[in-house]
Design a protein around this ligand. Structure first.
Ligand code: FAD
Length: 455
């Protein structure tokens, strides 16, 4: 073998993983299908690490922003994405934005010039039969390889669409208007003591106004290539359901039966104190800091979502960890199929990295690529890998995709403070600063210990 590890996909995650491994002395074969006559529906060039849409790595503020903190941690690990980002940087206030062509050219030049990296322009159609590998083929993984991944993980473990219901920070929900209860008080062994859902009740007037808002709200159109992607029926947008009739939602995700509204103090309750309609939220992470709006996947534009969803009783001041969406995105159900080191549970030679693991965004994909590179380097060097603490942005993101997220509702996620162990006793105004201070301190300690035993 002429290489120590095979990386498939020369996007953000694959390039970052290749760099981290090569810098530690390992020989990398990096296979990228663009440049061999193949293209994804979103990429425009053959360049490594092409940014397919916006040119922004979002906030660069590492004192009170989770993605800024991720930048900080990546810089401390000499990330190629952050390095090239500095070379290509264009003015964007407190955000980090880049000239996309300069950025991609810089990543490409650095990797082509590296003596330990060999870039091969080829489409890989199956998971490698032997040797260590990292699969970093992104949200638009070629179909043949996607089929091979399905063969290794199971049909229902690979999704082709993000069908994202909005996710709300628990501490922004006004619990003086909603209550916790499961429908018919049904319980399972895993249930919380009081019930598993936060219920936001609506009167008839509120429901009708909300229904109108769904119908009239500004929507994003499907791109042509997305409309042809399979598996769409299973994730119908809430506004499409609303358009089928004014009652459809009241027999679907907004039905009130079996939920006794404790705020309904009227005398007459022939059927129990069921609300006319209800919006339910279900816990989305083990920490209990994030809750998703059940059945609310949507193509409404972000501004329209915030405006409309804040009319829901209890969500007037809701802060969204992510808004709803529906678009083409190939990703595996990582909490089920990957171990804590991003390896296939049933085939440990193969690691996954980048957006295909269920993180979301340029920076997150690069960060997961960086971690996959470090993990693989530790393994190839025969060293023990210690995961970064969960209080750090790396640790929080990694814990989320490899086990902390709820597998049954797993959807790609940006880094956000809802993924960090909560700091309940710190005032809201200084909480973000406290998260970043804690993270930096813990990251420094982890890095010190890791550098003491280099891979
Ligand atoms: C249309 C679209 C727009 C997006 N816009 C943004 C945005 O504005 N901001 C943001 O932060 N995030 C955005 N994202 C999300 C995401 O962060 C990016 O897609 C990001 O590039 C993911 O990084 P990655 O390395 O995982 O995948 P990619 O950067 O897509 O890299 C994967 C690489 O693998 C290659 N490949 C695929 N299959 C094979 C194969 N079988 N053999 C060999 N090579 C293969 C591809 O050609 C590609 O170069 C967007 C995603 C999509 C789909």
């Amino acid at each position: 073998m002429t290489h120590d590890i095979h990386i498939i996909g020369g996007g953000l995650a694959g390039s970052e993983a290749a760099w981290q491994l090569a810098q530690r002395g390992f020989r990398v074969k990096l296979s990228e299908m663009r440049g061999s006559g193949e293209m994804t529906p979103a990429h425009q060039t053959d360049g490594l690490a092409e940014l397919v849409c916006s040119n922004s790595f979002r906030s660069d503020d590492d004192t009170k922003n989770a993605v800024g903190l991720l930048h900080h941690e990546m810089r401390r690990l000499d990330s190629i994405v952050m390095r090239a980002g500095e070379v290509a940087r264009v003015p964007a206030g407190s955000a980090m934005a880049v000239d996309r062509d300069v950025f991609s050219a810089e990543v490409q030049r650095t990797l082509y010039e590296h003596p330990n990296v060999s870039v091969v322009r080829e489409r890989v159609d199956a998971l490698p039969a032997d040797g260590p590998a990292i699969v970093a083929t992104g949200p638009l993984t070629a179909q043949s390889l996607a089929e091979s991944i399905v063969g290794a993980t199971g049909q229902d473990r690979l999704a082709f669409f993000d069908a994202i219901a909005p996710i709300v920070h628990r501490d922004s929900i006004d619990m003086s208007k909603c209550w916790i209860q499961s429908r018919w008080n049904k319980r399972t062994e895993a249930s919380n003591e009081d019930g598993d859902y936060i219920n936001c009740p609506m009167t008839k007037e509120q429901y009708l106004a909300f229904h109108r808002g769904l119908i009239e709200g500004d929507k994003t159109e499907f791109k042509e290539w997305e409309a042809d992607t399979p598996y769409f029926d299973g994730c119908m947008p809430i506004e499409v359901m609303a358009a089928r009739g004014v009652e459809t939602l009241r027999y679907g995700p907004m039905k009130g039966v079996g939920l006794d509204n404790p705020y309904d103090t009227s005398e007459e309750h022939p059927q129990g104190r069921w609300p006319y309609a209800v919006v339910q939220l279900r816990q989305d992470n083990k920490l209990g800091t994030l809750w998703n709006m059940v059945g609310f996947q949507t193509k409404l534009k972000y501004g329209a979502q915030v405006e409309l969803f804040r009319t829901i009783p209890g969500l007037e001041n809701a802060e969204f960890a992510r808004l709803g969406g529906l678009h083409r995105n190939t990703f595996i159900n990582s909490p089920l199929v990957l171990d804590r080191q991003l390896r296939l549970k049933n085939g440990e030679r193969i690691r996954f990295a980048g957006q295909i693991t269920g993180c979301e965004g340029y920076v997150e994909s690069s960060a997961v690529g960086l971690m996959a590179g470090l993990m693989a380097a530790a393994e190839l060097g025969g060293r023990e890998w210690t995961a970064p603490p969960r209080t750090t942005a790396f640790g929080a993101l990694l814990a989320h995709i490899t086990g902390d997220a709820e597998a049954s509702t797993f959807q790609p996620m940006n880094v956000n403070f809802g993924l960090f162990p909560p700091l309940h006793d710190v005032g809201k105004k200084v909480r973000k600063k406290a998260y970043t201070n804690r993270a930096k301190e813990d990251f420094g300690e982890w890095l010190g210990a890791m550098e003491a035993v280099p891979a």
